[in-house]
Design a protein around this ligand. Sequence first.
Ligand code: NAD
Length: 349
Amino acid sequence: NEEIIVMKNIMVTGGSGFIGSNFVNFLIEKGCNVINLDKLTYAGNEQNNHHLLSNDRYKFICGDINDEDLVREILRDNNIDCLVNFAAESHVDNSINTPEEFLKTNIMGTFKLLQEALIHSKRYKDFRFLHVSTDEVYGSLKLNDLPFSESNKYSPNSPYSASKASSDHLVRAWHKTFGLNVITTNCSNNYGPKQNPEKLIPLTIINAINAKKIPLYGDGSNIRDWLYVVDHCEGIYKCMLRGKTGEVYNIGGDNEKTNKYIVNKICSILDDVLPVKKNKNMPKNMNSYSELIENVKDRPGHDFRYSIDTSKIREQLKWEPAETFETGILKTINWYIENFDRFKDSSLD
Ligand code: NAD
């Protein structure tokens, strides 16, 4: 396969987190050699890659993207063709409470990676830097606004999205000023196996199974576009192989749902696949997981709606999602049920 020869040795940062570990797995299945640099913060878990530990095409290095000597060494010693940057602080609520770590990793960390990438690119002419970012950099939409396109102005509202927006600008500048071969992807909300239980979908599944309250911000009317994580991996892979240097690609599921819909949908699937009466955690007087849903005080600065125009990646790179929300959410719920032991103590009260 011609494409794989060009991009054989891939350095992934943040490859022990949710999307990164799914992407590592995706690359291994495609025949690549993968080096994963991850600091293993609370959000990273090498258990996500435990099935690869005996695979000689996978190597894990525990370290920080801010450690430039380490990054330089990894790039040089492994003849890296592409660096895919997932490493980030990623939870909006944490960015409101403790923003500094977001600036250190998301902004300074990306800067350090870009500097080392530039050095490496002098020896490896086809080397590429792929930066994984979020649709949250574009800000918030009203109900009838058009979806975000790649030319949308940046308008980040949370410390998280502001830090990601900064990193996107750095990536752009290192291309425009220094000629680094870069691509940026901006994707909507991902869901699927291996996501940290702090996020809406795994939190809902785990709290429901544990018969704990399921918190729903405000009245639950906020809208997100949801994409199954493996479809995101496929989109990143296509950008890595065939994207045009210096370009930005939006990736999304064309699947806008209110948070209220998501939470109720999960409860109704759980009612089928793990009936309340067979779940010994559930009080006898409850008939549906939806009875656990509780509206809680809204997040400050909570963006109302995200929506993604995916026509560029669909037309130029022939990408489209394989999963519908119905198939993807069922796979996700089944994965959390099968791996429940790992998460049984992760409910948030
Ligand atoms: P995650 O929080 O699950 O994983 C982040 C990983 O980065 C963890 O394994 C963590 O240990 C590692 N990490 C953090 N700081 C590091 C550092 N300084 N050095 C090395 N490793 C470090 O996040 P995720 O949901 O998998 O998101 C991955 C990337 O994708 C992020 O950049 C995020 O902004 C972006 N993104 C996420 C979503 C989503 O819905 N989850 C959507 C669009 C874009």
